[in-house]
Write a protein that binds this ligand. Sequence first.
Ligand code: HEM
Length: 525
Amino acid sequence: MPSKQVLAAKDGAVYTTSNGAPVAEPYAAQRVGPHGPLLLQDFHHIDLLAHFDRERIPERVVHAKGAGAHGYFEVTHDISDITSSKFFTTPGVKARTTVRFSTVGGESGSADTARDPRGFAIKIRTDEGNLDWVFNNTPVFFIRDPAKFPHFIHTQKRDPQTHLKDADMFWDYLSQNPESAHQITILFSDRGTPDGFHNMHGYSGHTFKFVKDNGSFVYAQIHLIAEGGFKTLTNDEAGKLAGDNPDYGTQNLFETIEAGKYPTWTCYVQTMTPEQAEKFRYNVLDLTKVWPHKDYPMRPLGKLVLNENPQNYFAEIEQAAFAPSHLIPYFEAAPDPVLQSRLFSYPDTHRHRLGVNYSQIPVNAPIVPIANFQRDGYMTINSQGARPNYQSSFAPLTYVKNKGSINGAARDYEREAKHDNWVGGAFWDLAETTELDFEQPRALYRDVMNDTDRDHLVYNISVHLGNVKSAEVKARTLSYFASVDQTLSDRIAKAIGAPTVGPLKVKPASEAVRFRAGVGASTQF
Ligand code: HEM
């Protein structure tokens, strides 16, 4: 039965002021006589208006429109050969989990069917703290140098003068930053318009690390594969729904769960040893690339099930604060610069959006007791009682010696220093594009897509690119697609009535920065 009816049947709540006093006339303001001005003594009315005036909090700067639900994550397979994580080595363990799906560029009232990546943010409440997997529904991303992120996002949002979305700005940025070609080829296929929020896969995109007690680790990419498959809409279906029912995905998710058809995903991990990473054709920290499944097979790990709708959207979904830096022991961030930037950006934006004590809001609060030296601040709910607010000799906190976690400052073992150092020297060049960047989108276009997929890709791009006014941006974008595949570019050119052009001039693949043993040794900083 829908929750509203349950409430109507059971909730005989008495109407009160915010200090709990019963109110006889909820719809009346006190005034001086039948025609006089209002009274300052009417706390009920003033408090009502003052609270209403403050109802809106900042919407998320990206991923503002979303929907979410609760459920559980269950570890189904033993992976103790690659990690000492207590959680991930306990098959059968289930953790209460909250998931929020979202679009990226639109405002909080925008259409669920917009062509955009979908956010797939997961909060897994384990006995060792909350693990947040802040994923997308695409296995790659637009950038690999985080300094580009705010610029890139600005071009996908509104023009500062016209306050309109702007196709020139959109393609101007992308065609100048062609490492985006892989993500754009996916985004302009029908995968860019998923059929609802829950009929899609989720991917870490970034490389993480599963670590063991002895200090060894494997690089890891996480995949969540939807049991019902990845369902998509055509460009025209998505456009029509955006007008007819902008909340299509939100409604679909709520009603599916309410009907007891619980969305389920199988969780897999792809792993790569440090030695394999040295030989990998691409930089293991480059999130514009996928790891071929035949070389790095998918290994089952767990299961995600959504079986409970929120009772209150604002409290349980809008106030949910996901952060890639919310990690648990033995599951670590790799030094992918985009991921490293995200470790900072999310808690930072939460402090702005929700306040410094965002972790104390019930949806964000870990299920394990918190003990540290953070105190006070706006909206403190738990100030940790009488416990000393420094490391006191009278009541010291115990430090868990945490060998594998970035949370543990002191480590027991010597890392494989050589491998850690590989990152040296690579950071500057990640912004540059080489021939390597077109290999995977080319394979996607030529080998993975069928004729219908290719037709839709051409159509979807043409509809958008056709709105560009600048001939220069159009030509550069056609070159960008020619670098993926010349026939793709020629077909788009024909569809938008533009002259055909050849590929972009970029550096050869041999000049791409990859991890090589010893690179770090000479470039310490
Ligand atoms: C949301 C920053 C890249 C997935 C956000 C938010 C910020 C942000 C500030 C708003 C969070 C909030 O208000 O609660 C960044 C930066 C990035 C980056 C600085 C790169 C430098 C990525 C990537 C992914 C991703 C690569 C996926 C692989 C998400 C998701 C959300 C989000 C799923 C929505 C979380 C939710 O539902 O609350 N991002 N982001 N972001 N981002 Fe990113």
